[in-house]
Write a protein that binds this ligand. Structure first.
Ligand code: FES
Length: 331
């Protein structure tokens, strides 16, 4: 039995009644070819708009310096991207509507519902009907529409994933450096330098590097801790960092090595630093070694000393990356 026969049989068996059926254009007529060209133009236009979106995304100058206050092309970057994406999506919609209105047959049918699973013959006739419906769209024989639809679909798909490229950025040395430099004073939240006498034994002070504009550095933030007198003898610096502390003062990064939360709780009796996010604990007298929780690395230590005016200064930047692990940090 041919597919057409199966479709007819399936309709009868299912009690499908065709109320109305009409071909919008006669197959092979000039009107059909004109409609095909309109649909193909809409899909091709969508593909070209999507292509233009990708070209602009890559090639348009989006960071242009115009010292003389001249016309800045970068101001058009986002509007052009939006325009091209909007145009691509609109033209796809236009193509689909034109296709449905001018090329696909109109048909109204009604069918009674039945209960339970359908027998095998009904499944076969349903499959044949679905294929016939696909054929009725004319996509198989309308090469122009098929190609333009393929082009438009491919470009739209690429356009959808293309902006993800903007998320890929070389970090450079940003993950290895913070603003700390030799001789930089340690500043409080209020921007004041700190002297040893400002902190009592057991105290913790959050400190920042003096960066431009007074902004507080999120990666340079550190904790200056004054150990209790009985903890000074227990202090065990990490190898190679024996001179990073100054008398009974130690400074560690405030960024947790697990997921980057600010470690902000300090228990002076046990010299334990606690991260409130997932309860990692670090020991200030043991090079901020992690002894509990998900953090597996010690907090990086900032080498500090006191300058000629009596204020705490950094001796250098951190010598290891601060914060959570990443691909190049293995210790
Ligand atoms: S971020 Fe500190 S324990 Fe998770």
């Amino acid at each position: 039995m041919s597919r057409e026969d199966l479709v007819t049989l399936g309709g009868k068996m299912d009690g499908v009644e065709v109320i109305y059926s009409e071909q919008p254009v006669r197959p092979g007529s000039p009107a059909e070819r004109r409609a095909e060209r309109q649909v193909a133009a809409a899909f091709a236009g969508a593909g070209l708009s999507a292509l233009a979106f990708m070209v602009i995304f890559v090639a348009w100058p989006w960071q242009v310096e115009t010292p003389g206050g001249g016309y800045d092309l970068s101001a058009l970057y986002t509007p052009l991207l939006g325009l091209m994406m909007g145009l691509a999506l609109t033209l796809v919609g236009v193509g689909v509507v034109l296709w449905a209105k001018k090329l696909m047959p109109y048909e109204v049918t009604v069918q009674d519902r039945h209960e339970g699973a359908s027998p095998e013959i009904e499944r076969q006739t349903t499959a044949a009907t679905l294929v016939a419906v696909g054929n009725a769209t004319g996509i198989a024989r309308r090469t122009l529409v098929k190609r333009s639809l393929g082009f438009g679909g491919l470009m739209l798909g690429l356009m959808a994933v293309f902006p993800l490229g903007g998320l890929i950025k070389k970090p450079g040395t940003a993950l290895f450096e913070t603003p700390w430099e030799p001789g930089m004073r340690l500043l409080t939240l209020g921007g004041l330098p700190i002297r040893p006498a400002d902190m009592r034994p057991g105290a913790l002070q959050t400190v920042f590097p003096p960066v431009e504009g007074g902004a507080r550095s999120s990666d340079g933030v550190a904790m200056l801790i004054r150990l209790l007198p009985n903890q000074v003898d227990e202090f065990r610096p990490r190898p190679g960092q024996e001179d990073f502390h100054w008398n009974d003062f130690v400074a560690y990064s405030k960024i947790c090595t697990h997921a980057g939360c600010p470690v902000s709780l300090y228990e002076q009796e046990t010299a334990r630093i606690l991260c409130p996010c997932h309860q990692s604990q670090f020991v200030a007298t043991d090079g901020a070694r992690s002894i509990f929780g998900p953090a597996s690395r010690s907090l990086p230590q900032l080498a500090v000393e006191v300058d000629a005016d009596g204020y705490f200064v950094a001796k250098s930047d951190f010598i290891e990356p601060i914060g959570p692990a990443f691909w190049e940090r293995s210790t």
